[in-house]
Design a protein around this ligand. Structure first.
Ligand code: SF4
Length: 316
């Protein structure tokens, strides 16, 4: 689960990917749902059988009490194996590390771009040494930007160095254009040439590159599949992409006989519509008056991907 603990941040990175809805606002989101308590965040984690949580922001260390409270509640609920990692653009000092020791397992530092050439002289390097000594897994996670090769100097202090392909965002588009950057194509968020900057880094097992398309497609798909497995109704088909598919009948006549022939779990009546397995609707279509179509959507009442009128679905 991704736990966004605040949209406030002390920095103004030109490539900041935060959306307008979150940037600068002191709000908490568990995945896409705004929450107001650890209990609600636990519900979201339950709905996807989360194995771990990534705490992010904004700057999580600006709300350290909140970080510790949510992380502790998640650990208490799911047990010590629920892995919790924290992203931060601040180098945590010994006091902050002590407070996170236990609830947080791993820290992912995001030092500012201008500090990269002298990374070993920064407080980020000092934090890394301290955190490792205190038993945290410690690494750096930054977007691929020119000059990233300088971070190789910090590898001996780290457990990992994660590089994310630089992504175009609605709030940083103007800053990207000012720097002469452009999108790779019209389909993806990746910035042209960004993956090449990561080639400045040595082929070291501690270095991991995460492409924008991997993040977009593979991680999202895995998350959807987990949510679908927990929330799909018995008559919904779960696809390989993690979406769910079901049939909808907007009846134009009496259905009592038909509904009696079904098991209670085989359908649901929602706002006058009858939702059921798409193949049942397709098989019985001729005898059922009304509008019929097949819906594919993200699980748990999520975004609708496609609506196919049933006659067309039958032709397919
Ligand atoms: S540290 Fe992160 S949240 Fe803060 S401005 Fe930079 S990219 Fe945005």
């Amino acid at each position: 689960m991704v736990l966004f603990v605040t949209g406030r941040c002390h920095r103004t990175c030109w490539y900041c990917p935060l959306s307008r809805e979150r940037k600068g606002r002191d709000v908490v989101f568990a995945n896409e749902r705004e929450v107001s308590s650890p209990t609600e965040a636990i519900e979201v984690a339950e709905s996807m059988s989360a194995l771990g949580t990534g705490i992010t922001g904004g700057e999580p260390l600006l709300v350290l009490d909140r970080v510790v409270e949510y992380a502790r509640r998640l650990k208490d609920h799911f047990g010590p194996d629920h892995q919790i990692h924290l992203y931060t653009g601040l180098p945590p000092d010994e006091d902050a590390l002590r407070r996170m020791q236990g609830p947080v397992d791993e820290i992912r530092l995001h030092p500012p771009h201008e500090s990269w050439p002298r990374i070993l002289e920064t407080n980020f390097a000092r934090s890394a040494v301290l955190a490792r000594r205190m038993g945290f897994l410690i690494g750096i996670e930054v977007p691929a930007l020119p000059g990233i090769g300088a971070l190789a100097a910090a590898l001996p202090l780290l457990d990992f160095l994660n590089i994310n392909e630089l992504e175009w965002g609605e709030t940083c588009a103007a800053a990207m254009r000012e720097r002469g950057l452009e999108l790779t194509d019209g389909l993806h968020n990746a910035v042209l040439g960004a993956s090449r900057w990561a080639e400045e880094l040595p082929a070291d097992p501690k270095v991991h590159f995460c492409s924008s398309s991997f993040k977009d497609s593979v991680q999202l798909r895995e998350r959807l599949k987990r949510i679908a497995a927990n929330t799909a109704r018995p008559f919904e088909e779960v696809t390989d992409d993690g979406t769910v598919v079901y049939g909808v009948l907007e009846p134009a006549g009496d259905l009592d006989g038909f509904l009696k022939s079904l098991d209670k779990d085989d359908y649901a009546v929602c706002d006058g519509r009858v939702e059921m397995a798409w193949w049942v609707l397709a098989d019985e279509s001729a005898g059922l008056p009304g509008r019929k179509y097949v819906v594919e959507r993200y699980p748990n009442g999520g975004m609708i991907v496609e609506v196919t009128p049933l006659d067309v679905a039958n032709e397919d």
